[in-house]
Design a protein around this ligand. Structure first.
Ligand SMILES: Cc1ncc(COP(=O)(O)O)c(C=O)c1O
Length: 395
């Protein structure tokens, strides 16, 4: 098939829905419309069976048992429920919490909300590659620490954290370990037992499923984790997440998980080859280019690059036919460059001159070459036409 424009390379924002996921969901929008909580008739039983099948498929992806999975509206909710739910349930045990400086805002803002309630939070730094040092975690632990939350992989620079080492330290100290695995699950094998993870957040739309649905894994044994729910309502999802289940979304999430299990390893190798090709082309043809984040522990689909002297905002405007994202968009509310790049020690200038490429299951070599050529041309043109590189940062 010929090249179709625009090319989509923003998979960290969302992935395209796999056609097999769409096919699996369609019947639930038609004749299989039952409410999974209707326990007195066939329509409800059918919907419940679909939900339970999806629960099993998702559990299989992470080495959990189905009863340890609850469905949510997405990872923002899962992160909030895990962090606030544990903090509130165990507040009498301790009021100290630990996370990292480069978490997604769903995590960081949950911790900030808890700080306003009187909890104390330690924000672990990362090294220049973006990784947390497990020894820093060890030093940060206190008698009253009840929860550690460190993401599996970062949504900007794609750095993968040493989950098993972090999990082992938490287990040794009797502290619950939550990980936001949203960006990792489609590409990296994560097993909640091998990594001693107690809570894990999932989002369907980052793994070729639909938007508006996610899940939270909550360990039930060794140790059992208790949570205070965020919402009041019916008794759905063991009383932890009331509300009529999004059967369509849940079926899509289950199918997405099944596809990842079947294809992940081979697919990740293919995507990594394409990402390396893109990276090589940019580095070969342009000066003043730096790859952000360490390359040893990086998602296979991530490439985050600083183009010195060129504002990302201009590049995005000039590159209409390649959908990428500014790795350092000024958050409109705070007018601050990316907290992730700042944690890596990047200057505001560099942070403002960075693009994030996110490849995915359907990315082709032709698309990669087109994206590389357009990026090179755009950077060269902008450098020539803004000779003083007079960058105006987020002021
Ligand atoms: C690391 C990470 N956590 C959480 C979220 C939020 O997920 P959702 O869109 O399902 O609420 C995202 C989405 O951008 C993410 O990248």
């Amino acid at each position: 098939m010929g090249l179709q424009l625009p090319v989509y390379m923003d998979a960290h924002a969302t992935t395209p829905c796999d056609p097999a996921v769409i096919d699996a969901m369609l019947p639930t929008l038609g004749r299989m419309f039952g409410n999974a909580a209707s326990s007195h008739h066939a329509f409800g039983w059918e919907a419940e069976a679909l939900v339970e099948q999806a629960r099993e498929l998702l559990a299989g992806l992470i080495g959990a048992t189905p009863s340890e999975i609850i469905f949510t509206s997405g990872a923002t909710e899962s992160d909030n429920l895990a962090i606030k739910g544990v903090a509130h349930a165990y507040r009498r045990k301790g009021r100290h919490l630990i996370t990292s400086q480069i978490e997604h805002h769903a995590v960081l803002h949950s911790f900030q909300a808890l700080e306003r309630e009187g909890f104390e939070v330690t924000y672990l730094p990362v090294d220049r590659s973006g990784r947390v040092d497990p020894e820093d975690l060890r030093r940060a632990i206190r008698n009253e620490t009840i929860l550690v939350s460190v993401m599996a992989a970062n949504n900007e620079i794609g750095v993968i954290q040493p989950l098993a080492e972090i999990g082992a330290i938490c287990a040794e100290n009797g502290i619950f370990f939550h990980t936001d695995a949203v960006q990792a699950l489609a590409h990296v094998k994560i097993d909640v037992n091998t990594s001693a993870v107690d809570l894990l957040s999932v989002s369907a739309h980052k793994m070729y499923g639909p938007k508006g649905v996610g899940a939270l894994y909550i360990r039930r044994r060794n140790p059992r984790v208790r949570l205070e729910p965020l919402l009041s309502g019916g008794g759905h999802e063991r009383g932890l997440r009331p509300g009529t289940l999004n059967v369509t979304g849940i079926v899509g999430l289950g199918k997405a998980a099944e596809l990842v299990v079947a294809a992940r390893d081979e697919e990740s190798r293919r995507i990594a080859r394409l990402r390396d090709r893109l990276q090589q082309r940019l580095l070969d043809q342009l000066d003043g280019v730096r790859v952000n984040g360490g390359e040893d522990h990086r998602l296979p689909n991530n490439l985050h690059v600083t183009f010195q002297g060129v504002r990302a905002e201009w590049m995005l405007k000039a590159m209409r036919n390649v959908a990428v994202s500014s790795g350092a968009a000024c958050a409109s509310a705070s007018n601050e460059p990316s907290h992730v790049l700042r944690a890596l020690g990047a200057t505001p200038e560099d942070a403002e001159s960075s693009l994030r490429f996110g490849l995915h299951r359907f990315t082709t070599e032709q698309e990669v070459d087109f994206a590389a050529d357009l990026t090179v041309k755009t950077v060269q043109w902008l450098r020539q036409n803004t000779p003083d590189a007079n960058l105006e940062y987020c002021k």
